[in-house]
Design a protein around this ligand. Structure first.
Ligand code: NAP
Length: 268
């Protein structure tokens, strides 16, 4: 069996997914490839048909995580609840959509040893939606703050969250930055660091840009603080397991990912 896998999105220049999935194929001694399928929106329909005929599965990223839904034959219940797909499995021509961002976030959290009851989620975009779903499934009480309040209210209504002022971060056991603030400018921060909790953990799901100001401030206060590489790793491992049915040697993939980050680039 030769696995043909890929990543569907636009643009894809900086994606680390090819590094991870090629490392997983190598580590398991499987034949195959993971290709970048750069797909502007107007080519999405044709690309989905190409996937249906040629690929075992694909990841889906910006801007297609929601746009791809109408083209799929079936949705896993979590993907349906989240309303976004980051992984498609080709089951003999039937395309089934999954969302591994949500369980990937929880696996990263568990690996980091983060526990608690109340989480403050910053952001109300696609990633925040998956994380809100995941945290609620895991039994957290979730508070949310977003620049555009109406989007926070919509997410709150969908998943049973509470919209709060960012200063409430002080009372949370966990603060998650799921906004893109810090991505282009690591010195920008989604909340004033003076609001960070005294004893909670901080996760900034941004990755590959060095330490964001939020993480720097958290570490300076002695708080456990984690970037988005853990989530990236685990959403990828879970997708790979869905495509191949094989358990991936986690450390081999983690090593490849960290090496790529340190090189400041990617492969293929
Ligand atoms: P998105 O759907 O475009 O959402 C962006 C979010 O950021 C929105 O809540 C938006 O608020 C907020 N935002 C943007 N600029 C802002 C500003 N200047 N001030 C305050 N808030 C601002 O993006 P996404 O797909 O959810 O991705 C969000 C971040 O997560 C990105 O940095 C992405 O790289 C990262 N991510 C990481 C992983 C991982 O595996 N680690 C996975 C997915 C995404 P408004 O609603 O007000 O516009």
């Amino acid at each position: 069996m030769r696995y043909l896998l890929g990543l569907l999105g636009h643009p894809l220049d900086h994606s680390l997914s090819p590094v991870m999935h090629r490392a997983a194929l190598r580590a398991l001694g499987l034949e195959g490839d993971y290709r970048r399928l750069d797909t502007p929106s107007e080519q999405l329909a044709a690309r989905v048909e190409e996937v249906r005929t040629l690929y075992h599965g694909v990841n889906v990223t910006v801007p297609h995580k929601e746009a791809i839904l109408p083209w799929l034959d079936e949705l896993d219940p979590a993907a349906a609840a989240i309303g976004a797909v980051n992984t498609v499995v080709n089951d003999g021509g039937r395309l089934v959509g999954h969302n591994t961002d949500a369980p990937g976030f929880l696996r990263a959290l568990a690996e980091a040893g983060v526990r608690g009851e109340v989480a403050l989620l910053l952001g109300a975009g696609g990633a925040a939606r998956a994380i809100a779903f995941a945290l609620k499934e895991a039994g957290w009480e979730v508070w949310i703050h977003n620049r555009t309040r109406t989007r926070a209210l919509a997410l709150a209504e969908a998943f049973g969250l509470r919209v709060v002022d960012p200063a409430r971060a002080r009372e949370a056991d966990l603060v998650v930055n799921a906004t893109s603030v810090g991505l282009d400018d690591p010195d920008a921060t989604p909340i004033d660091p003076c609001h960070l909790p005294r004893g909670g953990a901080v996760v900034d799901i941004i990755y590959g840009v060095g330490e964001t100001r939020l993480l720097r401030a958290a570490r300076a206060r002695g708080l456990p603080a984690f970037d988005g590489l853990g989530m990236l790793l685990w959403q990828g491992l879970l997708a790979f397991e869905l495509w191949t049915g094989r358990k991936v040697p986690v450390e081999a993939v983690r090593r490849a990912l960290l090496q790529a980050v340190h090189r400041g680039g990617n492969e293929g």
